[in-house]
Write a protein that binds this ligand. Structure first.
Ligand SMILES: [Fe+2]
Length: 563
């Protein structure tokens, strides 16, 4: 056991932690002095807080690596004290009572970050379930569960199976977050991948989301434009009990789509943004800042001017798969212009991100990772469908960028690319090839000519289509088409096969955590082609996390006397 001092100082308004975190114990160490571990946190400053429990927005984790994971919380001061920074302590352990401590330390929540706090404890065991909690203002938070990922060098055969949930388009006003509630119950998944539209920027009622206005009032009511607006909208979403439970059970790996900024945004503008709403650049950077504050995402440490914009990043799950999370919205995307889609330099990812992706995919091939997953927003496969082709808001509208990507995959013989797509509010699946409409270059029965596969996830709650038209008959490479249901995708991945399953909620109009299995499609390793699959079995080795105490947090003094 070592104890080292942490210096906390301010640079340019940011709180920085220098040196090693306060306490580092060896992983899995046991503590047999019969004292509740949280008792041993460094004494926090007594600020005289007399208010209600400060963990109103829950606690969360994200961006798991093999030895690290981001832990997040926000401290709500109900006005009983006037301070610009609040000390916060955290503990991460290998057991749900936080007895076998791996790391603990202290941070500050400050006005500069809307009183959100992120820590990135190290020295965790790879591929392991961990538990964590926070303490602030005399309260202990609920205890959450998280999970690290396998070491990058672990052979695929030894990773066994990995299951992931995939979600997108979670509009608060449209309905109860029943999909999140169901995912929270899937105790064997390693992480939740959120492909964007975690929040929506619209004013209340604008997006035909009127049915639940009384039960799920939106804050702020206006279209969000300022930094404070974006912060308050995240705060509103994070009060949702089912979203909190999903964060409590699983780490998230998230990227933004357009609505975290504004509808149909690109790097220099957005569909409904005009001068009356002020500077787009200012709005975009406010949205980006609030995203980094409120999401459990690991911040880019490069200190470059646009580092907050650079959220594309990669996770190596042993040698089973590489997960490349991409931003097809605001880092490099040019304005929608269907007439320009074939211009050779057309950018969707932007040159820097596109080159990064190619380098990473080559690296994946070199290190012999079985699967290359691309987590992104808009439909990659060439696609004919009224709403898709009219808007061009898919890779169709950036056809030369798609040609470059598919050429790259083909020329470098990168097998087993699996594309995950959000944004479209529909469930689709595709074999991916340059020209699926030409019988000489693609055979839908055998998959000959296909070089990748793509799974498109339904909206968790956002507006779906009235019917399942525009699909398979025009698109021979399309293997699944459901445009009416809401829910999520479940991935079940091993060295031999990559399966995707669609699960749908029963209703959005009241809380109901049931979901029904609807469809399973699988691609066998090296086939780059989708065929029918079944429903996969859960992994049974994972321990459940007990249900949350009904209170949002408890007074530390009460916890200690109970201990
Ligand atoms: Fe959406």
């Amino acid at each position: 056991m070592t104890h080292e001092k942490t210096r906390i100082y301010k640079t340019g308004g940011q709180v920085t932690v220098s040196g090693t975190m306060l306490t580092q114990l060896s992983a899995c160490s046991s503590d047999d002095d019969n004292v509740r571990p949280l008792n041993k946190l460094y004494d926090l400053d007594d600020l005289g807080y007399q208010g209600a429990a400060p963990f109103v927005h829950g606690i969360a984790s994200g961006d798991p690596l093999h030895g690290r994971v981001i832990l997040w919380t926000r401290i709500t001061n109900d006005g009983s004290i006037e301070v610009s920074s609040i000390p916060v302590a955290y503990t991460i352990a290998t057991d749900p009572t936080l007895k076998n401590i791996v790391a603990q330390g202290r941070e500050k929540a400050s006005t500069a970050s809307d009183f959100t706090v992120k820590v990135d404890p190290k020295n965790l065991q790879p591929n392991a379930t961990c538990y964590y909690g926070f303490e602030a203002l005399g309260y202990l938070s609920p205890i959450d569960r998280t999970r690290t990922i396998p070491h990058p060098d672990l052979p695929a055969s030894e990773v066994d199976r990995v299951r992931l949930a995939v979600v997108s388009c979670s509009n608060y006003g449209f309905g109860y977050f029943n999909g999140y509630a169901n995912i929270a119950k899937q105790i064997d998944i390693s992480a939740v991948i959120h492909l964007g539209d975690y929040i929506y920027e619209y004013r209340e009622g604008f997006y035909r989301d009127n049915d639940l206005r009384e039960e799920r009032p939106l804050f702020p009511k206006n279209e969000i434009i300022s930094l404070d607006d974006y912060r308050r909208r995240y705060a509103c979403y994070r009060t949702d009990i089912d979203l909190q439970e999903c964060h409590r059970q699983h780490p998230f790996i998230a990227v933004w789509d357009d609505h975290e900024i504004a509808d149909n945004s690109w790097k220099d503008g957005a569909r409904f943004h005009n001068d009356s709403k002020g500077s787009y650049l200012e709005r975009k950077m406010s949205a980006v800042r609030a995203y980094h504050e409120w999401m459990p995402i690991r911040d880019d440490s490069s200190n470059e001017l646009d580092s907050q914009l650079r959220i594309y990043r990669r996770f190596e799950f042993g040698k089973l798969f590489d997960l490349n999370m991409l931003d097809t919205r605001i880092f490099g995307r040019e304005k929608l212009d269907a007439a320009a889609s074939n211009e050779p330099e057309r950018q969707l990812l932007g040159l820097e991100q596109e080159n990064w992706l190619y380098l990473k995919m080559l690296e994946g091939k070199r290190r012999q990772a079985t699967w290359q997953i691309l987590g992104q927003q808009v439909i990659l496969a060439p696609f004919k469908g009224a709403s898709a082709t009219n808007s061009g808001d898919i890779w169709n509208g950036y056809a030369s960028a798609r040609t470059r990507l598919l050429d790259f995959i083909e020329e470098n013989a990168i097998d087993n690319t699996v594309v995950l797509t959000g944004d479209y509010h529909a469930s689709f699946a595709f074999d991916v090839c340059q020209n699926p409409f030409d019988a000489n270059s693609y055979n839908p029965e055998t998959g000959k000519g296909s070089i990748a596969v793509e799974f498109v996830c339904p909206a968790l709650t956002s507006l779906a289509f009235p019917e399942s038209g525009a699909g398979v008959e025009e698109n021979p490479h399309q293997k699944f088409n459901n445009q009416t249901d809401h829910g999520y995708m479940l991935l079940d991945i091993n060295e031999q096969a990559f399966q995707c399953e669609w699960y749908y909620t029963e209703t959005l109009k009241k809380r109901d955590d049931r979901c029904r299995y609807a469809k399973g499609l699988v691609t066998q390793a090296s086939s780059n082609h989708l065929v029918e699959g079944g429903q996969s079995r859960p992994i049974t080795r994972t321990a459940a996390l007990a249900s949350k105490d009904s209170s949002i947090a408890m007074k530390k003094s009460a916890a200690l006397s109970a201990g």
